[in-house]
Design a protein around this ligand. Structure first.
Ligand code: G16
Length: 545
């Protein structure tokens, strides 16, 4: 076979963000843009000859073309085998599982996660290593450096592989194995959860649920697992057909974007007890009870507190980790259970070492991510099954379970305010001004609240000692309240400023406040300290979750 070597000019904007390289589809379609980054990944890997690579994506626009390009480049590079999800589809957690199960060198996942899709939307590519988890910073830095040096890439001139058909194909000495994307993942879930108990719950007349796949990758998984395997009635899964543009929607499972599900659960006469949604690539989750929203931080805390009720965690958990902006609700559970609790920067990649070293079993993030050591990614459907197993065990409502949790541990009122697509220079000026104030903030009173410390978060990985700086500005108050400012690492237009607010309330008689009202004094401090309108011209956040 003749391998083609194509001359190209390097790109200097291929720096992966919080989770891989994300750009608009138009950007990715620039000549040789995708190929350069794929070559950068391959050049960064060692011992690729004859190794196994996993490949799949969330099915968004450009997924199919990208799959064929990557297959041809993998053949030119000398991989022994590429395992592809049928139709080029693999959810992110399923891909993580396949990498681990087939002892692959790693996997390429094509997704821009919760970002909108279609020709005008976004595309993304990320590499997960042999442990199934997102490449650590040292590796993404190496890929970025490699991309800036790439003057040629290698590709095998071959016909497209029929990825819709299960089977094994030979491609210039490399085997391509098209696998059913759902089976291995379903088998893994069966090993963790009590499927009989969940089936009984779903069959009962007293329980109704809806799962919103948001026209994204979890559709086939949810139909197979919830409806076909667990016996939930047809129609339980809504928006279950994956579409290249997600039906024009924004596949972000939160109160702002999963509106149809919210309306179903919040209707005055709603007869649905449990609602859940997942995102573009199936790693995020939102959990709802009847007219009740569970914050992702509370969800992690509740799952950790009740883990022993689940077969897969019946012997207890080793520890918990949460990203820094996630509320401290899980910390209270860890303290009570006498478990270690770790605070990492935003980005699932920071959990990898802790999971590999067995220091933690459960982890999660405020950005609708929850997961465990079963894979090395957050896992939307896993979280849904965990809640279903818990509901089946407790025979109680979502709301009661969470309220009882608050009564025992106190409530961490929590909200995130996002200012999207602001000018990068405005965002940087705002952050610089905040940074300049940090040394003078400790000890400063704001009404009833006094600042106990203010800094820019630095993380030292307890396993390999690597240090990650500038991971978000924290203003910590003496009563445990916190305000955090970060610029998102997943947006593709300008900058997105995230402001995270948290206030702890131990008194059960005060657990019924409106969330934004409970956080109003913190929001007033935000305006005073950050002067968001002054720097950005924005009087209010675009998205509040
Ligand atoms: C990604 C990362 C998460 C992170 C989230 C938000 O999620 O995997 O770890 O919390 O982005 O990041 P940011 O605040 O920088 O936008 P996903 O679901 O987009 O892959």
């Amino acid at each position: 076979m003749t391998i083609q070597t194509i001359k190209t000019t390097p790109f200097d904007d291929q720096k992966p963000g919080t989770s891989g390289l994300r750009k608009s589809v138009k950007h990715f379609k620039k000549p040789d843009y995708l190929q350069t980054f794929v070559q950068a990944i391959f050049n960064t890997l060692e011992h690729v000859q004859d190794s196994t690579l996993v490949l799949g994506g969330d099915g968004r626009y450009f997924n199919r073309e990208a799959i064929q390009i990557i297959l041809r480049m993998a053949a030119a590079t000398g991989f022994g085998r590429v395992i592809v999800g049928q139709g080029g589809i693999l959810s992110t957690p399923a891909a993580s599982n396949v990498i681990r199960q087939y002892q692959a060198i790693g996997g390429i996942i094509l997704s821009a996660s919760h970002n909108a899709g279609g020709p005008e939307g976004d595309f993304g590519i990320k590499f997960n290593g042999a442990n199934g988890g997102p490449a650590p910073e040292s590796m993404t830095e190496a890929m970025f450096a490699a991309a800036k040096q790439i003057h040629e890439y290698h590709i095998a001139p071959l016909q497209p592989i029929p990825v819709d058909k299960l089977g094994k194909y030979q491609l210039a000495g490399m085997q391509v194995e098209v696998i059913d994307a759902v089976s291995d993942y379903l088998a893994l879930m069966e090993r963790i959860f009590d499927f009989d108990k969940i089936s009984a719950l779903l069959a009962s007349n007293h329980f109704k649920m809806r799962f919103d796949a948001m026209h994204a990758v979890t559709g086939p998984y949810a139909h197979r697992i919830l409806e076909q395997r667990l016996g939930a009635p047809e129609g339980t899964v809504i928006h279950g057909e994956p579409l290249a543009d997600f039906g024009g929607g924004h596949p972000d499972p939160n109160q702002a974007h999963a509106t149809e599900l919210m309306n179903l659960l919040y209707a005055r006469n709603s007869d649905i007890d449990f609602g859940a949604a997942s995102d573009g690539d199936g790693d995020r989750n939102m959990i709802l009870g009847k007219r009740f929203f569970v914050t992702p931080s509370d969800s992690l805390a509740v799952l950790a507190a009740n883990a022993r009720l689940i077969p897969g965690y019946k012997d207890g958990i080793a520890g918990i980790a949460r990203s820094m902006p996630t509320s401290q609700a899980p910390d209270r559970v860890a303290e009570k259970l006498g478990l270690p609790c770790f605070e990492t920067p935003t980005g699932w990649k920071f959990f990898g070492n802790l999971l590999d070293a067995g220091k933690i079993t459960l982890c999660g993030e405020e950005s609708f991510g929850t997961g465990s050591d079963h894979v090395r990614e957050k896992d939307g459907l896993w979280a849904v099954l965990f809640w279903l197993n818990l509901l089946a065990e407790k025979q109680d409502s979502v709301e009661n379970i969470v309220r009882q949790h608050w009564a025992e541990y106190g409530r961490n009122y929590y909200s995130r305010h996002d200012y999207e697509a602001i000018e990068m220079q405005d965002a940087n000026a705002l952050v610089d001004a905040l940074q300049a104030q940090l040394p003078g903030l400790a000890g400063k009173p704001f009404g009833d609240l006094t600042v106990s410390a203010a800094d820019n978060f630095t993380y030292t990985d307890p396993v390999d000692g690597s240090v990650s700086q500038n991971q978000g500005i924290r203003i910590l108050f003496a009563d445990g309240s916190r305000i955090i400012f970060r610029l998102s690492g997943t947006g593709t237009q300008g900058a997105t400023l995230r402001v995270y607010l948290e206030k702890y309330e131990a008194d059960v008689s005060k657990h019924d406040q409106d969330v934004q009202e409970a956080l109003a004094d913190l929001l007033a401090i935000v305006q005073q300290v950050a002067r968001i309108e002054h720097f950005t011209g924005r009087a209010a956040a675009d998205v509040i979750t």
